[in-house]
Design a protein around this ligand. Structure first.
Ligand SMILES: [Zn+2]
Length: 418
């Protein structure tokens, strides 16, 4: 068997593994509450709040979708023409065309072009967030955040690029196998180290002060049978008024993080309701599920890219000789970006089902649907959410059930329906 045939077999195996993981680990049997209940919930929300949330999202849309379209257009222009391969050559030239310069600096240049082109739209988004009072950041603070996130991405990308092109040089016919294993390992590694090494770059985390709330949250976790090492408070208020909480890390790095804004805005019982939702993620091992599906997807992407490299027309279009050379990086980025745009609705769908399960867990654990509903209303008000977003946007990008769906789910629970 040739390496190409083995790659096709491996891709088939990875696709089956992805399918099995999705079927077994994603809660498919959790459809949203009936539309009539959602509309009832919508009617109970203050009209002024609904209007303001919708106005805010209409104002954000041109910048968000403009940046998405422009970023994709630039990426495709670089990857599906010889422009991207020329850019990589150009960046490598001062270094005597050394492959490491092409791989790392050339690769970073390809990614940076799309970032720079869409930067004005990101700045526009920030002006809107500031105008509506959601962002509390000055331009200096915003710029520092952007630079930090470029720096973090650049370090991760440089390591990945160096590793990947070392492998394509050492194993020109089998790089897809090592590359797939490496990509999967990188996803797992990032899942462990991002919360510990990267999140502190952007926020300060302090253990929650001992007191009634901390005691309540720890006993909630204990009652739930979820080992939680600590509850941390993030100083989110330095950049936003938005409230949130999340669980991150696997095993020994797992912790519950609560925004300081949440502690300021919401009464303790609502904080407990949010944390109960996060405990649901921990209990159902959603971080593990996300990491596993991400790792399988990353491995499949590398193998698929290798197989695409057998398509002569594509290589000629991009002006490269093979998929495994640094000059083909723009082509790979273009293919991956296009795949990301196509896969977004499926990802959002999976995420919504997982989030609905965490909501159901919170209701079961607290047995307090009215506080859960009050918390959802507060989340939507403070975060300027659209409680019932347009259907197309919901299907394309909503990672969580809508506010009216979550309110309706709480009411169904209160009626004893779930
Ligand atoms: Zn969640």
């Amino acid at each position: 068997m040739t390496p190409r045939l083995w790659a096709a077999v491996a891709l088939g195996g990875l696709a089956v593994a992805l399918l099995v993981a999705a079927v077994l680990l994603v809660p498919w049997q959790r459809p949203p509450a009936p539309r009539a209940d959602q509309l009832d919930a919508l009617r109970d929300l203050p009209q002024e709040q609904v209007r303001k949330g919708r106005e805010f999202h209409s104002a954000l849309r041109p910048g968000s979708y403009g940046a998405m379209a422009l970023g994709l257009a630039v990426t495709l222009a670089l990857g599906l023409t010889p422009l991207g391969s020329r850019l990589v050559e150009l960046v490598g030239r001062p270094f005597g065309d050394h492959w490491i310069a092409r791989a790392v600096l050339g690769g970073l240049a390809v990614v940076l072009v799309a970032e720079i082109v869409t930067l004005p739209l990101a700045a526009w988004r920030h002006t809107i967030m500031a105008r509506y009072g959601l962002s509390t950041q000055t331009w200096a603070g915003w710029s520092v955040d952007m630079l930090k996130s470029y720096a973090v991405s650049a370090v991760i990308a440089a390591v990945a690029l160096l590793g990947f092109y070392t492998v394509t040089r050492l194993a020109p016919r089998w790089w897809w196998a090592f590359g797939a294993a490496g990509a999967a390992a990188l996803v797992v590694l990032l899942s462990f180290i991002l919360p510990v090494l990267v999140e502190p770059v952007f926020n300060k985390f302090t253990p929650m002060e001992p007191g009634p709330l901390r005691t309540e949250l720890m006993s909630l976790a204990q009652r739930d049978g979820v080992p939680v090492k600590d509850v941390l408070v993030a100083d989110a208020s330095r950049r936003t008024r938005a409230v949130n909480a999340y669980v991150s890390g696997l095993g020994p790095t797992r912790r519950i993080v609560v925004y300081d804004t949440l502690l300021r805005e919401a009464p303790p019982e609502e904080v407990a309701s949010v944390v109960a939702h996060e405990l649901g993620h921990a209990k159902d091992r959603d971080v593990f599920t996300g990491t596993l599906i991400g790792a399988l997807g990353a491995a499949a992407a590398v193998v698929a890219l290798y197989l695409l490299g057998g398509w002569g027309w594509l290589l000629r279009t991009a002006g490269v000789d093979s998929m495994g050379e640094p000059r083909a990086l723009a082509l790979m980025v273009a293919v991956v970006s296009l795949a990301g745009v196509v896969a977004a609705p499926a990802q959002s769908f999976l995420s919504r089902r997982v989030e609905a399960r965490a909501d159901a867990h919170a209701l079961e654990l607290t047995r307090d649907p009215s506080t859960f509903e009050a918390m959802q209303r507060r989340l939507s008000t403070v975060n300027l959410g659209d409680p019932d977003p347009p259907r197309w946007e919901y299907l394309y990008s909503a990672s969580h059930p809508s506010t009216v769906e979550r309110m309706a789910a709480a009411r169904a629970y209160a009626r004893g329906e779930r």
